[in-house]
Design a protein around this ligand. Structure first.
Ligand code: FMN
Length: 216
């Protein structure tokens, strides 16, 4: 069964994420296609990014600057699919979320795996600008960002007392996102098992070295 990691990208006290997460988690588990685990960045207090070639050590099993960064890279690499809950801070993603994604460094943990998004905000924007940025960030992480997303406007009033969304479209959107995540997790899991191309940066370096050698 594919492993779905639900990443919670806001950590501040009183966060609205706590209105969204219980419902998302319940739906992801009820969907039935995944083994679900929450990766709450409150539980993953990563240092601000400080990796460099000296902190990496062995590329095949990097050391990193601190043990928690190494554990984070291993934990992310376990996943077959990801669902990221993101608030919108100044029209983009929370800094801690960006830092957590940047911290997946040289392990290629997200590579060739699908990422879905749940955006929310207190206003009408619903986290849409954060989700747009996340899709671009995910591409650079060599992940496969999904087109279909969940956007929750006016998050303070978006859930009833039972924790269910007031707008039925919210539940429909999450159902579609989970279906897409399951389909891509299975399709890309099969493809990865058949064999992956080396990362483009490695291939470019090898091709450049080969071209330079043939010039000698
Ligand atoms: C630093 C900061 C920047 C924000 N920028 C935006 C914004 O650009 N667009 C928006 O719709 N809401 C913005 N908000 C309001 C958030 O939507 C609202 O605070 C929401 O509860 C954040 O999610 P969280 O509580 O889970 O962190 C911002 C909030 C903070 C703290």
């Amino acid at each position: 069964m594919p492993k779905l990691k639900v990443i919670v990208g806001s950590t501040r006290p009183t966060r609205s994420a706590d209105k969204v997460l219980p419902w998302v988690l319940a739906q992801a588990e009820r969907h039935g296609a995944f083994e679900v685990e929450v990766l709450d960045l409150r539980d993953w207090r990563l240092p601000f990014f400080q990796e460099h070639m000296g902190s990496i050590g062995d590329f095949a099993d990097p050391t990193y600057s601190e043990p928690i960064v190494r554990s984070w890279n291993h934990k992310v690499a376990e996943g077959d699919a990801y669902l990221i809950l993101t608030a919108e801070y100044n029209h983009s993603v929370p800094g801690e979320l960006k830092n957590a994604i940047d911290s997946v460094f040289v392990s290629f943990g997200f590579r060739n795996k699908p990422i879905g998004f749940v955006g929310y905000s207190i206003g009408v924007a619903a986290g849409s600008r954060a989700v747009e940025h996340l899709a671009l960030i995910a591409i650079e992480g060599e992940a496969v960002p999904l087109r279909n997303t969940v956007l929750i406007p006016f998050v303070g009033e978006a859930f009833d007392e039972a924790g269910e969304p007031n707008d039925p479209a919210t539940g429909i959107a999450l159902g579609i996102t989970l279906d897409d995540l399951a389909w891509f997790a299975n399709a890309l899991g099969r493809a990865r098992a058949e064999g992956e191309l080396a990362p483009g940066t490695f291939r470019a370096r090898a091709a450049t070295a080969e071209a330079a050698a043939s010039d000698d």
